[in-house]
Unconditional design. Structure first.
Length: 122
Protein backbone atom coordinates (compact mmCIF):
# COMPACT_ATOMS: atom_id res chain seq x y z
CA UNK A 1 0.00 0.00 0.00
CA UNK A 2 1.31 3.43 -0.94
CA UNK A 3 0.78 5.95 1.85
CA UNK A 4 0.50 9.70 1.42
CA UNK A 5 3.54 11.86 2.18
CA UNK A 6 2.03 13.83 5.09
CA UNK A 7 0.86 10.62 6.78
CA UNK A 8 4.34 9.14 6.42
CA UNK A 9 5.89 12.35 7.78
CA UNK A 10 3.58 12.18 10.79
CA UNK A 11 4.51 8.55 11.49
CA UNK A 12 8.22 9.23 10.97
CA UNK A 13 8.05 12.12 13.44
CA UNK A 14 6.54 9.84 16.08
CA UNK A 15 8.59 6.69 15.37
CA UNK A 16 11.54 7.80 17.55
CA UNK A 17 9.24 8.04 20.59
CA UNK A 18 7.76 4.54 20.22
CA UNK A 19 9.46 1.20 20.87
CA UNK A 20 9.08 -1.39 18.14
CA UNK A 21 9.47 -5.12 17.68
CA UNK A 22 8.71 -7.24 14.63
CA UNK A 23 6.37 -10.05 13.70
CA UNK A 24 9.14 -12.64 14.00
CA UNK A 25 9.71 -11.79 17.67
CA UNK A 26 5.96 -12.05 18.34
CA UNK A 27 5.91 -15.47 16.66
CA UNK A 28 8.92 -16.66 18.70
CA UNK A 29 7.22 -15.58 21.93
CA UNK A 30 4.03 -17.37 20.93
CA UNK A 31 5.99 -20.53 20.13
CA UNK A 32 7.73 -20.30 23.53
CA UNK A 33 4.37 -19.94 25.29
CA UNK A 34 5.19 -16.48 26.63
CA UNK A 35 2.15 -14.62 27.93
CA UNK A 36 1.74 -11.09 26.58
CA UNK A 37 -1.01 -8.73 25.45
CA UNK A 38 -1.33 -8.46 21.67
CA UNK A 39 -3.79 -5.85 20.44
CA UNK A 40 -5.11 -5.45 16.90
CA UNK A 41 -5.80 -1.75 16.21
CA UNK A 42 -7.06 -2.19 12.63
CA UNK A 43 -10.61 -1.54 11.48
CA UNK A 44 -13.25 -4.03 12.61
CA UNK A 45 -13.73 -5.22 9.02
CA UNK A 46 -10.01 -6.04 8.81
CA UNK A 47 -10.14 -7.93 12.13
CA UNK A 48 -13.10 -9.99 10.89
CA UNK A 49 -11.13 -11.18 7.85
CA UNK A 50 -8.34 -12.55 10.05
CA UNK A 51 -5.98 -11.64 12.87
CA UNK A 52 -2.92 -12.84 14.74
CA UNK A 53 -3.51 -15.78 17.08
CA UNK A 54 -4.21 -14.68 20.63
CA UNK A 55 -4.85 -11.06 19.71
CA UNK A 56 -7.68 -8.96 21.09
CA UNK A 57 -9.46 -6.27 19.12
CA UNK A 58 -9.27 -2.64 20.22
CA UNK A 59 -9.55 -0.65 17.02
CA UNK A 60 -7.77 2.62 16.41
CA UNK A 61 -11.08 4.46 16.69
CA UNK A 62 -11.79 3.26 20.25
CA UNK A 63 -8.50 2.21 21.83
CA UNK A 64 -7.92 5.47 23.69
CA UNK A 65 -11.47 5.36 25.02
CA UNK A 66 -11.45 1.70 26.07
CA UNK A 67 -7.84 0.86 26.98
CA UNK A 68 -8.15 1.80 30.64
CA UNK A 69 -11.16 -0.45 31.14
CA UNK A 70 -9.39 -3.43 29.56
CA UNK A 71 -5.89 -2.72 30.95
CA UNK A 72 -6.09 -0.39 33.96
CA UNK A 73 -2.45 -0.86 34.98
CA UNK A 74 -0.30 1.62 32.99
CA UNK A 75 2.76 -0.64 33.42
CA UNK A 76 1.15 -3.50 31.44
CA UNK A 77 3.17 -4.54 28.38
CA UNK A 78 1.01 -3.94 25.32
CA UNK A 79 1.98 -4.99 21.80
CA UNK A 80 -0.02 -3.18 19.12
CA UNK A 81 -0.26 -4.14 15.47
CA UNK A 82 -2.13 -2.90 12.43
CA UNK A 83 -1.87 -3.67 8.73
CA UNK A 84 1.77 -2.70 8.31
CA UNK A 85 3.03 -0.91 11.40
CA UNK A 86 1.96 2.69 10.83
CA UNK A 87 -1.38 3.02 12.64
CA UNK A 88 0.04 1.01 15.54
CA UNK A 89 2.77 3.64 15.99
CA UNK A 90 0.14 6.38 16.15
CA UNK A 91 -1.94 4.40 18.66
CA UNK A 92 1.13 3.56 20.77
CA UNK A 93 2.11 7.22 20.93
CA UNK A 94 -1.37 8.16 22.15
CA UNK A 95 -1.32 5.45 24.83
CA UNK A 96 2.07 6.69 26.01
CA UNK A 97 0.61 10.19 26.30
CA UNK A 98 -2.12 8.64 28.45
CA UNK A 99 0.52 7.28 30.83
CA UNK A 100 1.08 3.76 29.51
CA UNK A 101 4.80 3.06 29.82
CA UNK A 102 5.26 -0.30 28.08
CA UNK A 103 3.61 0.09 24.69
CA UNK A 104 5.36 -1.50 21.71
CA UNK A 105 4.37 -1.29 18.05
CA UNK A 106 4.76 -4.41 15.89
CA UNK A 107 6.61 -3.45 12.72
CA UNK A 108 5.28 -5.26 9.66
CA UNK A 109 1.86 -5.73 11.20
CA UNK A 110 -0.66 -8.14 9.74
CA UNK A 111 0.84 -8.00 6.23
CA UNK A 112 4.30 -8.87 7.56
CA UNK A 113 2.80 -11.73 9.56
CA UNK A 114 1.01 -13.13 6.52
CA UNK A 115 4.03 -12.61 4.25
CA UNK A 116 6.07 -14.73 6.69
CA UNK A 117 3.51 -17.53 6.34
CA UNK A 118 2.50 -17.48 9.99
CA UNK A 119 -0.97 -18.79 10.99
CA UNK A 120 -3.99 -16.51 11.11
CA UNK A 121 -7.17 -16.80 13.18
CA UNK A 122 -10.57 -15.77 11.90
Amino acid sequence: MQHNPRFLALVDGIRSRVSETDVHQIKRWQDEGRAFHLIDVREESEWAKGHLPGAVYLGRGVIERDIETRYPDPTTELYLYCGGGFRSILAADNLQQMGYRNVISVDGGFRGWCDAGYPVES
